[in-house]
Design a protein around this ligand. Structure first.
Ligand code: ADP
Ligand code: MG
Ligand code: MG
Ligand code: MG
Ligand code: MG
Length: 445
């Protein structure tokens, strides 16, 4: 038995764990769970856990449905909201998906990310990624989610003013118990909206963390009878929820390749090439980083969400920002388009491949744009050579289909299933008749 797996077995003993949740993520980013009694943990590590892959969206056809889960012992964590009065506890493990023979399954998003990290590794780099996920907390009514923000409700009810920060505090305790280092948390611009930033880590850990983060927020909000949502734009006219993603490449010795003391922006040539790669592939990666119809209701001018393909060291209207860095380790670029409805494994994989492509091809970064790009007219944008992000999911899928680098990043299996599912989603939206249309036209015509 792998020594790390043995450590997990010891922890299972020590904490009186009776059930293990084995988790993996499907192509659309939905977390799937298989629960096993803790007594089966050793077997799970040595033989894996068999399951029927055809029951999972976008995985396999029925004739090749025998799949296996291989739990990653590095991902063991107790579920803090599942510790029971009798002293027993539940824990989770994140698993890789393999076929029946034990070979990596090409349709597993975690495999797609590992492939991207391997490419970076072969070039001598490790990816560091730090996300800033935003979400809303809404009240529930008769067990159903509403869009009533609970802090507004609390305000009118004269409930204690810090009701929102109570929930946020419990979420942070939950995250810390699961091993997160929370760096910052605050109430966002919009009512009912929150942000919790946790410390950057290597790409795989960060993707796992984002999946875990969403589960923790959901579970702890529910304990407070609140509904949490990572939907990108739940309420028209107020800020949507993004997931800005900070990226840097380190050498194996932990030196930040993105830092250059002598550069005006403290960005190395490599960092600028990476940035240029992300800008070049921005339309295609939007399909993956902003994968819902609703994502495009956030990517509009006026709410600090990016619309234009440019970078800046000062303003927050650009797609990529170079945050001020106090130490060499903190030199990084911030991609501001991703939203928390994305599949974190696929999103980090496409961002990384886009950047590595820029490095491999030695692309030149354009000059930073220091003005408010929302205020540019079309001719100024043309003069600066600034592209616009796809305006909707359909256009984003078109851009993805036209970009071989990003298609390769996903791999044939995932690319086909993803495009098929997202086309269907967009078509369904296209034929739906919305409230807005009824209000606008029903009585006019
Ligand atoms: P903002 O100014 O956009 O709110 P923050 O200063 O809050 O950004 O930084 C957010 C994220 O950047 C955090 O998750 C932090 O850990 C991460 N971060 C810091 N240094 C690096 C780095 N070298 N590579 C990747 N992420 C980093
Ligand atoms: Mg922040
Ligand atoms: Mg900040
Ligand atoms: Mg924010
Ligand atoms: Mg940010």
């Amino acid at each position: 038995l792998d020594p790390k797996a043995q450590t997990v077995l010891d922890e299972i003993e020590e904490h009186n764990v009776d059930f293990l949740r084995i988790q993996f993520t499907d192509i659309l980013g939905t977390v799937k769970n298989v629960s096993i009694p803790a007594s089966q943990a050793e077997k799970a590590f040595t033989e894996g856990i068999y399951f029927d892959g055809s029951s999972i969206e976008g995985f396999v056809r029925i004739q090749e449905s025998d799949m296996r889960l291989r739990p990653d012992p590095n991902t063991f964590a107790l579920l803090p909201w599942k510790t029971r009065d009798d002293g027993t506890a539940s824990a989770r493990l994140i698993a890789d998906v393999t076929d029946a023979s034990g070979a990596d399954f090409k349709g597993d998003p975690r495999h797609v990310l590992k492939r991207a990290l391997k490419r970076a590794g072969d070039m001598g780099y490790t990816l560091n990624a730090g996300p800033e996920p935003e979400f809303f907390l809404f009240e529930e009514e008769d067990g159903r989610a509403t869009t009533i923000t609970h802090d507004a409700g609390g305000y009118f009810d004269l409930a204690p003013k810090d009701l929102a920060s109570d929930v946020r505090r419990d979420i942070i305790y939950g995250l810390e118990k699961m091993g997160f280092e929370v760096e910052a948390s605050h109430h966002e611009v919009a009512e009912g909206q929150h942000e919790i930033d946790f410390k950057y880590d290597d790409g795989l850990t960060t993707a796992d963390n984002i999946a875990t983060f969403r589960a923790v927020v959901r579970a702890i909000a529910a304990e407070h009878d609140l509904h949490s949502t990572f939907m990108p734009k739940p309420i028209a006219g107020i800020n949507g929820s993004g997931m800005h993603t900070h990226l840097s490449l380190f050498t194996e010795d932990g030196e930040n390749v993105f830092h250059d003391e002598d550069d005006e922006f403290n960005l190395s040539e490599t960092a600028k090439q990476f940035l240029a790669g992300v800008l070049e592939h921005a339309p295609a990666i939007t399909a993956v980083c902003n994968p819902t119809v609703n994502s495009y209701k956030r990517l509009v001018p006026g709410y600090e969400a990016p619309v234009y393909v440019a970078w800046s060291d000062v303003n927050r209207t650009a797609l990529i920002r170079k945050p001020a860095a106090r130490t060499p380790a903190a030199s990084r670029v911030e991609l501001r388009s991703p939203d928390p409805s994305c599949n974190p494994y696929l999103a980090l994989a496409v961002m990384l491949h886009a950047g590595l492509d820029g490095i491999e091809r030695g692309l030149d970064a354009p000059d930073p744009v220091r003005e408010n790009i929302y205020e540019f007219d079309e001719s100024t944008r043309e003069e600066y050579n600034i592209d616009v992000l796809p305006p909707n999911l359909g256009a984003a899928i078109d851009a993805l289909e036209a970009d071989d680098v990003i298609l390769d990043a996903l791999g044939k299996h995932v690319a086909e299933k993803f495009i098929e599912a997202k086309r269907a989603e967009f078509d369904e939206y296209r034929v739906a008749v919305s409230e807005w249309e009824l209000e606008k036209y029903l009585e006019t015509f």
